[in-house]
Design a binder for this molecule. Structure first.
Ligand SMILES: [Zn+2]
Length: 402
């Protein structure tokens, strides 16, 4: 039957079965999969006879981890902004580039002009590369349309690209990414609430707002996110990236699924997020690409917040598709241990998306897993930039590799 598999020869299996930051490793392990879900996990010597007839994937002594859950991306877009990247390297700021009509506005123009099938094809190719780096579930935001028709098309493109790439996509409506060029800001907020949300909510799971200096205010974000919630969309918030504005406290107050970026978060923000059960989605590759200080990952973790790691893959402020690279950065630059970073990149991401059935390898979980070309998950931060993904399995089927 499809989705039936026995993964054997696992030298070192990360299950994440024991709680936040504990990889709960099993040595010399096996994983039995039936109908795309994990049926049994344990030491290979204890494998029950009923699972012995399954098709075998021999990991050859390598390490196996749960598939990465990338909980914050803008992976549906067309074109690139490498010229703008070069300008930033020469000293222009992102805000200067945005004010001159570059930044998000440049990608909005490209996405509006792109035929739908081209947008899907380009995005699917990107998701396939992410899958090749071990990412099996991806959150994808709209936000390069800024008009009702293009925002709705972006969400349809995200679903179609996920289908084509064989990656699970969770769509987020981000009509409030930036005020459209030339628009009156109050009229734009009303367009998002009165027209975009009703049109886009059926194709989305979450509603997000870029609440920051130069973007939307806390009051505007609250109005948009409350309207989104009335359409059944749970809030996520781009919070405290460029300046401290109070967006993290808004996220906690709204019991948002996540507050993302948090580069300027305070201990008070962390306590509120922990108390509200709002996850902190940290994006160290963006801080790297923007040459900003890293988010206070250690402080947030120690405050008891559910920490997730994500790429924020986007054409402007961080065109990064690789979760192994993000794990390495989180350890080397943002102060997490390898165990914490790996958990945040798998189980933490899943929890930030409200998904209890993935990010870990326990009976009943979706059988998404990665065979590393290494004997231990420690090699992810230890050997940054090295392709360490050997095989990727989605729902019990080999999707990449052997
Ligand atoms: Zn983002």
């Amino acid at each position: 039957m499809s989705g039936d598999l026995l993964v054997t020869g696992i030298g070192h299996l990360v299950t994440n079965a024991a709680g936040r930051g504990d990889p709960a490793v099993i040595a010399d392990a096996a994983v039995a999969v039936a109908g795309g879900a994990v049926a049994w996990v344990g030491p290979a010597a204890a494998l029950p006879a009923r699972h012995r007839g399954l098709p075998v994937l021999d990991a050859g002594g390598r390490a196996v981890i749960p598939g990465f859950v990338d909980a914050h991306t803008h992976a549906v877009f067309t074109g690139d902004r490498s010229g703008e990247f070069a300008r930033r390297l020469r000293g222009e700021t992102y805000e200067e580039i945005l004010a001159a009509g570059g930044g998000i506005h440049a990608t909005v123009a490209a996405v509006r002009a792109a035929p739908f099938d081209d947008l899907v094809a380009e995005s699917a190719a990107r998701l396939r590369r992410m899958l090749g780096q071990g990412t099996t579930t991806v959150e994808v935001k709209s936000g390069y349309g800024l008009d009702t028709a293009t925002e709705a098309a972006m969400l349809r493109a995200a679903a179609a690209a996920g289908e084509a790439a064989g990656v699970d996509v969770l769509p987020t409506f981000l009509g409030a990414h930036v005020v459209d060029r030339g628009a009156d800001r109050e009229e734009y907020v009303r367009l998002v609430i009165d027209e975009m949300l009703p049109a886009c909510a059926p194709s989305a799971r979450f509603c997000d707002v870029f609440c920051d200096r130069g973007a939307f205010t806390v009051d505007e974000a609250r109005r948009i996110l409350e309207a989104g919630a009335a359409h059944g969309l749970r809030p996520r918030i781009h919070a405290e990236q460029l300046a401290h504005t109070g967006a993290a406290l808004l996220a906690a107050d709204l019991s948002a699924a996540s507050a993302d970026h948090l580069d300027h978060a305070t201990p008070e923000d962390a306590a509120a997020l922990a108390a509200a059960g709002t996850a902190a989605v940290l994006l160290p590759a963006v801080a790297l690409s923007m040459r900003h200080p890293q988010p206070p990952a250690r402080m947030l973790w120690d405050a008891g917040v559910t920490v997730a790691l994500a790429t924020d893959c986007n054409p402007g402020t961080g065109y990064v598709e690789s979760m192994p690279f993000v794990v390495a950065l989180a350890c080397l630059e943002a102060g997490l241990t390898p165990e914490e970073a790996l958990w945040a990149a798998t189980r933490g991401g899943a929890l930030s998306l409200g998904l209890s059935d993935r990010g870990w390898l326990v009976p009943g979980a979706v059988a998404d897993l990665v065979v590393l070309d290494a004997p231990s998950y420690l090699h992810l931060p230890y050997r940054p930039g090295t392709g360490l993904v050997h095989t990727v399995v989605t729902r019990g089927e080999v999707a990449v590799g052997a």
